[in-house]
Design a protein around this ligand. Structure first.
Ligand SMILES: NC(=O)c1ccc[n+]([C@@H]2O[C@H](COP(=O)([O-])OP(=O)(O)OC[C@H]3O[C@@H](n4cnc5c(N)ncnc54)[C@H](OP(=O)(O)O)[C@@H]3O)[C@@H](O)[C@H]2O)c1
Length: 234
């Protein structure tokens, strides 16, 4: 039976992934800062909920130590934030030019970029133990330079471009340990982050991502893949 560790599994895509993997008979470790009623409501023996501050390296280290004997088939770095600033005009709410805020940028980079990096370091042995260990980080097509045709969203785009860069390096650095590393675009999905006008519902995105993750091979390692399996340019 496979074990999947998912960060931010308390709502949105993370919760959808947790539900889907449990339905498929996997063991799920849900790493969240606070468990939601929806997550605890899934309660079953296969679900292991761990609460911790995901941006605190000491707390992440303690969780990793407690999982030292486990095998993790798939580590999914899902938790992330867009950094919306309420009270500004729409384009500026999402970090438009002229609204640089160092503290906000730090918060966005902390969870979108620093946590995936640190968690991969802390859990690589558990992932390497799996027959086909995979590290999947939820990035976004908004982190692609080639696909940026509308500007704006500075902090979010930069954090996702950064996470794309670390996944590319991990693909090379972890190949010898037998670990596949990719960045994944989930599509534009109707969650708190994606909003109600987004293209896909959570189930469509999640089932697509699962299918992509299931068939990952070393040829895919280091790529930015969409939930429909297509490769996106950097
Ligand atoms: N939805 C889309 O259209 C879309 C498109 C491209 C990429 N993505 C990416 O997909 C991932 C999931 O997005 P989503 O749409 O499900 O977003 P969401 O509904 O806003 O959920 C975000 C999740 O991340 C967690 N999180 C955020 N900041 C955190 C922090 N500092 N510490 C711990 N947990 C934190 C949240 O936990 P709390 O409940 O504790 O806040 C929540 O579980 C993100 O990485 C996002 O960038 C989404």
């Amino acid at each position: 039976m496979s074990t999947v560790l998912i960060t931010g599994a308390n709502r949105g895509l993370g919760l959808g992934l947790a539900k889907a993997y449990l339905e498929d008979g996997c063991d799920v470790v849900a790493l969240v800062r606070q468990a939601s009623p929806e997550l605890t409501g899934l309660g079953c023996a296969a679900l292991d909920i761990r609460e911790c501050t995901l941006t605190d390296d000491w707390e992440l280290g303690a969780v990793a130590d407690s999982l030292a004997d486990r095998t993790i088939d798939v580590l999914i770095n899902n938790a992330g934030r867009m950094a919306k600033v309420e009270g500004l005009a729409r384009a500026d709410q999402l970090q438009g030019f002229g609204h640089f805020n160092r503290e906000l940028w730090h918060d966005v980079f902390d969870i979108n970029l620093f946590t995936p990096m640190r968690l991969a370091e802390l859990l690589v042995e558990q992932v390497a133990r799996a027959e086909r260990g995979r590290i999947v980080t939820l990035s976004s097509m908004l982190g692609s330079m080639a696909l940026n045709d509308s500007g704006g969203l500075y902090a979010y785009r930069a954090s996702k471009a950064g996470v794309n860069a670390i996944m590319k390096s991990m693909a090379m650095d972890l190949a010898e340990q037998g670990v596949i590393a990719i960045a994944m675009h989930p599509g534009w999905v109707r969650t708190d982050m994606g909003g109600s006008k987004a293209t896909f519902d959570i189930d469509t995105s999640v089932r697509g991502m699962q299918a992509v993750i299931e068939r990952l091979s070393f040829e895919d390692s280091g790529k930015l893949l969409s939930h429909d399996g297509s490769e996106l340019p950097w």
